[in-house]
Design a protein around this ligand. Structure first.
Ligand SMILES: [Zn+2]
Length: 497
């Protein structure tokens, strides 16, 4: 049995998730559901990144302990993911005991290997990113260095800290990044270019406890707290069971897929790959990098003040499936996507309401009225059959290469073809239009199975109403008999306001 291990970044719970988080998480969920559908042993990990200065400050502001703050926020995240039907297998929190144990083990190992040393760190620092920015990385606005993500002035900071000898991994990284591991490839080139241009500098992996006390203390120096990124990256290893369940780990880790946004590319390649190499843990199979969601000219984010709220979209598109579908359809690994209500409405109306929803309703109604709900196997129209077979191939190829939006477009083409076939063959004009309705039903059934990872609720409803199973292997066979008990109206068109 094949395994498939997929992760999202763990999110920083200083605020509730917005469309930007949903974008990444729904995409990962679709891939996880697709692999489950195919029968792969799938493990889907998401969670929250619960340490660091930003959360320490957020809790202080509310006058509560950070743990109390993150406990509440983790619950809110889980609640959002349940609203969006996110089928994670574990929700990991960096305050989980098995994770803290793993971070301490990793630190100790690197320290004993001589890969960690103490020295002074001076530089420009973004509190929101919890990251120092070097010249060329930060933006200069009115003569002052600003964070390129948050567009806020950086703070000058100079402190004694512990460094991880990242510079020792230059050759290793140059070799590794040429392998087929970062997808799409352009992002590997970006990292290689940065290494070429700036060289690899050692990175600080701790913060003085006096400034940041909310974190995992260094095992050999309690006056220091582990840098939040170092702590966070290791969640993927904890989640797969490295220390506590090595058997599970070995099985899952061989097929690890990290889904990330391009803003955290450096951490998930240069730093993460080097950490794994240093810890003698194999590299992930793929790092899937996506571009940004843009709203009013900026990357969507809390500090940019341009977030689109998940609950607003759930309301507008009636349920999770509408929003999940829109995300799948606009999802783009290479290109930034501008958020727009017009675009979202038109995707929802034309693909879900007019195409899939309409066909389900029409064919269901006709089978009920003309055939009393019982449709036994007839002859499938040759041309439609060809389209079905071609679509299954294209869909599978697209999903296997992580191109969810392309997979969805192929399904929509098939459904449009089936709608057109219905109009051409006019089954409503015939006495017993078995072949015509069976042809349409077979298109609906295969499309429904393929759509299942994207819109699980509606597809489950259709399968139940028409009497078939959602099963990947059933894509290549014909169904003997349909029992139509209902012709559901799945999506109601959104009206422009
Ligand atoms: Zn920043």
């Amino acid at each position: 049995m094949k395994t498939f291990y997929i992760t999202t970044p763990i999110y920083y719970p200083n605020a509730v998730p917005h469309l930007g988080h949903a974008y990444t998480t729904v995409y990962a969920d679709i891939l996880a559901r697709y692999h489950r559908l195919k029968g792969d042993e799938t493990f889907f990990l998401t969670g929250t990144d619960e340490h660091g200065l930003k959360l320490q400050r957020a809790a202080e502001k509310k006058g509560i302990h950070p743990k109390e703050f993150v406990d509440e926020m983790a619950e809110r995240y889980k609640n959002y993911w349940s609203l969006l039907d996110i089928s994670y297998d574990r929700f990991i929190r960096t305050t989980d005991p098995d994770h803290e144990e793993l971070v301490k083990w990793a630190l100790k190992k690197l320290y004993e290997k001589g890969l960690i040393y103490k020295a002074k760190y001076p530089g420009w620092y973004c509190v929101d990113c919890e990251k120092f920015y070097s010249e060329g990385e930060y933006e200069v606005i009115e003569g002052k260095p600003h964070c390129p993500i948050h567009k806020k002035p950086l703070e000058w900071l100079e402190e004694e800290t512990y460094y991880f000898k990242l510079s020792e991994f230059t050759e290793f990284l140059q070799k590794t990044l040429k392998r087929d591991i970062v997808y799409p490839r352009q992002y590997a080139q970006e990292v290689l270019g940065k290494i070429e241009k700036e060289g690899l500098l050692d990175v600080s992996l701790a913060r003085p406890k006096s400034r940041v006390w909310w974190g995992i203390p260094l095992p050999w120096d309690e006056e220091y707290t582990t840098y939040v990124w170092f702590d966070a990256l290791l969640n993927y290893v904890t989640g797969a069971g490295y220390l506590r369940d090595p058997e599970k780990f070995n099985k899952l880790w061989a097929n690890t897929h990290h889904v990330i946004g391009k803003d955290i590319l450096w951490f998930h390649t240069a730093i993460w790959f080097s950490m794994l190499e240093a810890l003698e843990i194999p590299l992930p199979r793929k790092v899937l990098v996506h571009a940004f969601l843009i709203n009013r000219g900026l990357k969507m984010g809390k500090s940019a003040g341009n977030v689109v709220f998940i609950e607003d979209l759930l309301q507008r598109y009636q349920d999770s499936d509408g929003l999940r579908y829109i995300i799948a359809r606009i999802f783009n690994l290479q290109k930034d996507i501008e958020v727009s209500t017009d675009l979202f409405d038109s995707i929802y109306n034309s693909d879900l309401a007019d195409n899939y929803g309409n066909l389900v309703r029409r064919v269901g109604t006709l089978v009920k009225r003309r055939l009393n709900g019982k449709l036994t196997a007839g002859k499938v129209d040759e041309d439609v059959q060809k389209t079905i077979e071609k679509t299954i191939e294209e869909y599978t190829a697209a999903m296997n290469s992580y191109e969810v939006s392309r997979a969805v477009e192929h399904i929509m083409d098939l459904l449009r073809r089936a709608n057109a076939y219905m109009n051409e063959s006019k089954p409503w004009e015939k006495q017993a239009p078995v072949n015509e309705l069976y042809t349409v039903m077979e298109a609906v059934r295969t499309a429904t199975i393929m759509l299942h990872p994207i819109i699980p609720k509606s597809t489950t409803r259709v399968a139940k109403a028409f009497g078939f199973q959602i099963n990947y292997n059933a894509l290549s066979t014909h169904l003997e008999e349909y029992n139509v008990t209902e012709a559901p109206i799945l999506f109601r068109k959104v009206k422009r306001t």
